[in-house]
Ligand binder design. Structure first.
Ligand code: ZN
Length: 389
């Protein structure tokens, strides 16, 4: 028996382990695939769902049996999606309306979300505000129990375990404690630590790692083609081996962020420039979104720079010749100017700490621009102290 994972890029170790479990006939009835967002959890869930549903006896998925064709047409009745939806404002009075099923607008949202996931598993995101309602979990459980004696394999996919509210998590837990026959639960998660321990203990865990440099390049090329965009070699070092992150940068504003980061780094010698920046971009949610993205991108630049430095042993401890190091690392040499600007930061540790607190401040404070300027002054003070005059 041979198993294919047509949607999942890289992750050869995970595929090997899963193939062995599938071949042994002891595939877990609840699998939790976890890792940083964008590593391929959502592609892997779909591949596994199709493999488990396929009826071919030599190669799964075969692409031609009835379940495979239904799967490809997003019409497989034995595949159930537990998709988080953004709650309707009209229901905001009660935290979780147990009786009401999804309203028509939400059914559209569900269908659209499912379709996007299937078409574009690396570009699919669940909003942080979305959740799986109690009624959805209850209805699904009812359907699973109802068709229990038909003997057909059924698969439940849940793209983001964190989106279960307390009630739906309890329902899922009870279901996993006494699982219906022939049902597989395939679940993805990116922040396991905050989750219900009893629920986690019912699942077999499979962790995904960032892709190796060569796998990642191949994945990025494939995803660029699928997105019908030119391959962006300059963005690779900042996507940290995560195909989903690469797609996100490629499809949004990766190149612009790179330029903006350079402007920002050139300006950090004078905190007033930063204050102006914060004042300019702060009004409204859109400006803050932009600032958040820039801060995150700068953090990734710092990490890329540190990685470059660590993998260029001849230069350890001293300033690095960025162009030469880039060439050795196989990264685009036009990044020399950008990573060179990081090279010029006096106290990189203090700068990284500043970026992290600033990123938090932008998300959590009601007046983030004031908090940002305060944080920046604090950073400047530290950086100045640590540099010999
Ligand atoms: Zn098949």
């Amino acid at each position: 028996m041979h198993f294919n994972f047509p949607r999942t890029l890289g992750q050869e170790d995970a595929k090997k382990r899963l193939s062995a479990a599938l071949a042994s006939g002891r595939f877990p009835h609840a699998l939790l695939v976890h890792g940083e967002p964008g590593l391929g959890q959502l592609a892997l869930l779909l591949d596994l769902a199709q493999i488990l549903s396929c009826e071919d006896t030599a190669t799964k998925p075969c692409g031609t049996c009835f379940p495979c064709r239904a799967f490809d047409a997003s019409a497989l009745e034995t595949l159930h999606h537990l998709i988080p939806i953004v709650k309707n404002d009209r229901n905001s009075g009660s935290d979780d309306d147990e009786e009401a099923g999804p309203e028509s607008g939400q059914i559209d949202e569900l269908n659209e979300s499912i379709s996007l996931w299937h078409r574009h598993p690396y570009g699919y995101h669940v909003s942080e505000k979305a959740m799986v309602r109690t009624s959805q979990a209850r209805e699904l459980l009812g359907r699973l129990r109802f068709a229990e004696n038909e003997g057909r394999v059924r698969v439940v996919v849940l793209p983001w375990l964190e989106s279960l509210n307390d009630n739906s998590a309890t329902i899922l837990l009870k279901t996993l404690e006494e699982p219906p026959a022939n049902v597989y639960f395939l679940i993805a998660s990116d922040h396991r630590s905050g989750l219900m321990q009893t629920l986690l203990s019912r699942c077999l865990h499979l962790g995904l790692s960032p892709l190796s440099a060569s796998d990642f390049r191949v994945a990025a090329e494939t995803l660029s083609q699928r997105a019908q965009k030119p391959f962006a070699a300059r963005l690779l070092p900042f996507a940290e081996g995560s195909p989903g992150l690469y797609v996100e940068l490629l499809e949004n504003d990766g190149e612009e962020l790179l330029e903006e980061a350079l402007r920002f780094l050139s300006a950090t010698s004078d905190w007033r420039v930063f204050a102006d920046y914060a004042a300019e971009t702060s009004p409204g949610a859109e400006g803050m979104e932009r600032t958040t993205r820039l801060l995150l991108f700068l953090l990734r630049m710092v990490r890329a720079y540190q990685l470059l430095k660590a993998t260029t042993p001849a230069n350890a401890g001293t300033r690095i010749d960025t162009a030469e190091a880039l060439e050795q690392a196989g990264w685009d040499d036009s990044l020399a100017a950008y990573l060179g600007a990081i090279d010029a930061v006096a106290d990189l540790q203090a700068f990284a700490a500043f970026l992290e607190s600033a990123h938090r401040a932008v998300r959590e404070y009601s007046k983030p621009s004031i908090a940002l300027v305060g944080l920046f002054l604090e950073y400047e003070g530290k950086a100045n102290r640590s540099v010999p005059a």
